[in-house]
Design a protein around this ligand. Sequence first.
Ligand SMILES: [Zn+2]
Ligand SMILES: [Zn+2]
Length: 344
Amino acid sequence: MRGWDIVDTMLGVVFKGEGKFSLEQRPVPKCTRADDVLIEVESASICGTDVQILKVPPGHPANEDVILGHEYTGKVIEVGEAVTSVEVGDRVVIDPNITCGTCRYCKIGQPNMCENMTTLGIFIDGGFAKYNVAPQKALHKIPSTLPSEIAVFAEPLSCVVNGIQKIRPAAGESAIVLGAGPIGLYYTALLKASGLKVIVSEISEFRSKFARKMGADVIVNPQEESLEKRVMEVTEIGADIVVDAVGILLPDALTLVRRGGRILAFGMNKAVEQHLHQYDITRKEVTIFGTFIAKFTFPATIKILSSNILPLRELITHDIPLSDFKVGMDAMRKGEAVEVVLRP
Ligand SMILES: [Zn+2]
Ligand SMILES: [Zn+2]
């Protein structure tokens, strides 16, 4: 059923290959499969992955001629005949990673390792447009009171929550977050809200300011002072938890973690190979967790966002119309933005 005015075209940010994008008029998508849902996008945000996609050479693959945007939220305006979990008028966030449900990993409860995964906004059309079609299984309802510019944090935060569930932070522990990009800042806020003492390591003055806003107790610029020395002063024995939000800092994490502590390897950098002193892992009895995208963590994430316990609004540096995408992307590229909210 149709609960909206019929328009034919919409503005979309389209990936054109080799570092190029264009703002194009595209046909408004239609529900073609029985489980399709048509969404009117309220807000979207630019992710570091979008910056990687638009790099030359690309740091992340994507399909040409696809509408970008995998972090978005909106309202259901049309549903396919088999859709039962949402109805017209519901507000939703989208889990952009669509899994098959039938491969060997989906069948053992690890859909984030799906062998046939595709992603809205990367390999098929996403949310940098006024409308988007997604299958009902990708949608999670949100309360009508949750502002869209906060709901848009759901996707990246759901990945962060997946990591948090692995390291199981306990109140009174200490944690070091290496790197205060958006992901490092979400970890800082969530670890702080969990009752930990949080040390953030960041070389950018701009990002350090946001780490303070997220509640970091100690912020260290490792180019100006010894991080190891400072961590030992603050924790005496090293940190209970070290989060690498950069993707190349596992050797440092092994130095900073206390004996018996946990390391979370979140950041990704395929190009960099590390020299690791494996002896330290055994001798210090360190547990190292990898964590990749979200894994059944959208429901918890929506509760966290709805509880308003994280000061995420402070991270919105840009709240601009979708037509100003280039302004937001340039700011992201220059490291002068944290969260860029786009309004179609
Ligand atoms: Zn992302
Ligand atoms: Zn699968």
